[in-house]
Design a protein around this ligand. Sequence first.
Ligand code: C5P
Ligand code: MG
Length: 199
Amino acid sequence: MINLILFGPPGSGKGTQAAHLVERYGLVHISTGDLFRQEIGNGTPLGKEAQAYISRGELVPDHITIGMLRNKVEAHPEAHGFIFDGFPRTIPQAEALDRLMAEEGAAIHLLIALEVEDEEIVRRIKGRAAISGRADDANESIIRNRIAVYKNETAPVFDYYARQGKSHRVNGIGSIEEIFQRLCIIIDPLVEPGESAPA
Ligand code: C5P
Ligand code: MG
């Protein structure tokens, strides 16, 4: 049982690495960005409310995001643990996540930040825009706003978990496999023997 926050700026490879980590450790991957895009695609009231913020590269208000995340966690009582991707994005979200984990008799064990510098982020996100089809990926000023929001509102979450001795940094530049190995070196010692599937 391990609950892990995959952290880092937009375009740092969280979603890509989460898919590989799910395979290796059998965790449930929760991407709040993906959940918002599903809600928008389904035309739900929550999706309509979130859309305005997302289109500007701003954060959706905490109470909306926290409620959506809580529903998703509670929908997986069988989970052996979670990978949180794109959440928490603010200190109140981190505090809410810690409370939710405590209610479930669990805890966050680890936060791993993928480090990628700004110009590489802009280059990557512009490159993926055609494939992702995301309007917030296609516009450079929105991308730069998302980076600024990350620095101002989200980066303090790293320090919040660092104070609990849980935060780690990983170089997010390299091949997908190289970066995956860097993550496994940190995660493996926390996984009980027999719990981790061989690579
Ligand atoms: O995580 P991802 O980059 O997919 O998120 C896309 C957008 O969804 C963010 O730029 C933000 O507008 C919104 N979001 C949010 N709060 C979160 C996760 C995503 O406001 N915790
Ligand atoms: Mg993502």
